[in-house]
Design a protein around this ligand. Structure first.
Ligand SMILES: [Zn+2]
Length: 447
């Protein structure tokens, strides 16, 4: 899980970082263009671009980084593995690299990448007969290399990136105790399951609605470099069968280049309101069909739903809106009221902490507080209310009556239907096997 997280964090930073580095290189190249004869610039650039991945098949290298073939002899890279407690000084000393190069190298703005190396990382380097450093390369990730290349005034840098090979994969699971237990037993990562839950968060209440026997599955991208699995890419299609009702979602890039999930009819999965306005992953008891009112210890009609959840569980704004009131009262404890357009108000009571202020704009899924037991509450829970034109409505059912989410029409709908055709077939066959497997599990005698 940790490495998956790291990768994702890295992916997040990647494009920005890449852009910055590319910018620096472009500036460096420009400066050199001014100072050096162009043939020399060409030679240096070609050399640098060829260095890091001479061992790789050409098709996995971005077209932009492909250099013209040249007759430069192969570079003899040497390797130094970073040990615990190492400093660059230690590594240079141990590797026989001239220590006089170190301050020069560290003057390069990109040298900060060298300060974040960890034990186990590998530095690739090449020295000349005098031990002077010619090139130094680090690979911050399997997809990226940073090379320091000696020039007349110090070291210049080159970044090389690679595009991973993408393969499609599919998985399915049947819920026994929880979404996470079921998914992880079938090899789905936690981040993938969170993404899946996010896709269906407008149609399934993952705190109150999920039942034993619910089924889900997904078709997703896996990324490989040199045949080694790097991590997961996007979820392309997914289904969730909740208490016999099938929801499916397909990733589609609309005419504006926005990527979004739509159901089979082209209705966006992104709804105006979340089904459950809190982090369901923190709620362990997902299957209590009749919730007892925490104060009166009896099932009674009241103005909202109670979500029993551990103190500190993040509470989300159910939809985009503006905080009408965030305050404290004897009965409500810490509370937040949110106005969503002229008609709708959502209320969140007994919060342990409020993290928004009156008048503030909030986005759907923005954390507005934490579950607590302030006010008239015996145990930690979120009391959630939904008002339409000033009238309390049942948050569980009112959502079905709200205006429909964005729906694809015309040419866009036609394009959606055509481009998701293959995915629909794949999802349908995945669903069929899933249902067969489940019925076999329930009737051991059956085929
Ligand atoms: Zn209540």
């Amino acid at each position: 899980m940790g490495t998956e997280d790291n990768r994702q964090r890295w992916w997040g930073r990647f494009s920005h970082r890449h852009a910055v580095l590319a910018g620096l290189i472009a500036c460096g190249a420009l400066l050199m263009g001014v100072m050096l004869p162009s043939s020399e610039v060409e030679a240096r650039r070609t050399l640098a671009l060829e260095l890091p991945f001479t061992e790789l098949p050409a098709e996995t290298i971005e077209p932009a980084t492909l250099a013209e073939p040249d007759l430069t002899p192969q570079i003899q890279w040497q390797q130094a593995t970073v040990r615990g407690g190492d400093s660059l000084f230690e590594i240079f000393k141990r590797s026989g690299i001239a220590l006089s190069d170190l301050p020069v190298l560290l003057k390069n703005p990109e040298a900060r990448s060298l300060k974040t190396i960890h034990p186990g990382d590998t530095l690739h380097y090449e020295v000349d007969a005098d031990g002077l450093l010619q090139r130094l390369r680090i690979d911050p990730s399997p997809l990226q290399s940073l090379t320091f290349l000696r020039n007349d005034s110090g070291f210049q840098t080159e970044v090389t990136t690679r595009v991973p090979e993408v393969r499609l994969a599919q998985r399915q699971a049947t819920i026994d105790s929880s979404l996470f237990a079921a998914g992880q037993a079938e090899g789905m990562s936690q981040s993938m399951l969170l993404e899946l839950a996010d896709i269906f968060s407008g149609v399934v209440d993952f705190v109150l609605d999920v039942r034993k026997g619910d089924q889900f599955g997904l078709v997703y991208e896996e990324e490989f470099v040199d045949g080694q699995r790097l991590g997961n890419g996007r979820i392309l299609a997914a289904y969730f069968i909740n208490q016999g009702e099938t929801h499916s979602a397909y990733l589609f890039t609309d005419a504006n280049g926005q990527r979004e999930y739509f159901n089979e009819e082209g209705v966006s999965m992104r709804k105006a309101f979340l089904r459950a306005p809190l982090d369901f992953t923190r709620v362990s008891s997902g299957f209590n069909p009749r919730r007892l009112h925490p104060v009166l210890k009896t099932v009674r009609p009241h103005n909202g739903i109670d979500y029993a959840a551990p103190r500190g569980t993040p509470v989300y704004a159910a939809g985009d809106g503006r905080v009408m009131e965030a305050g404290y009262s004897k009965a409500n404890g810490n509370y937040v009221f949110i106005q969503h357009g002229p008609k709708y108000i959502t209320k969140y009571l007994h919060l342990h902490k409020r993290t928004v202020k009156t008048g503030q704009r909030v986005n759907q899924r923005q954390v507005i507080g934490q579950v607590g037991s302030t006010g008239y509450a015996t145990g930690p829970h979120l009391h959630y209310e939904f008002l339409v034109s000033g009238v309390h409505r049942n948050p569980r059912t009112i959502i079905n009556e709200l205006p429909k989410a964005r729906t694809l029409t015309g040419a866009e709908l036609a394009q959606f239907t055509e481009s998701t055709g293959g995915m629909r077939l794949q999802l349908a066959s995945l669903m069929r096997t899933d249902i067969q497997l489940a019925s076999r599990d329930n009737n051991p005698g059956a085929l």
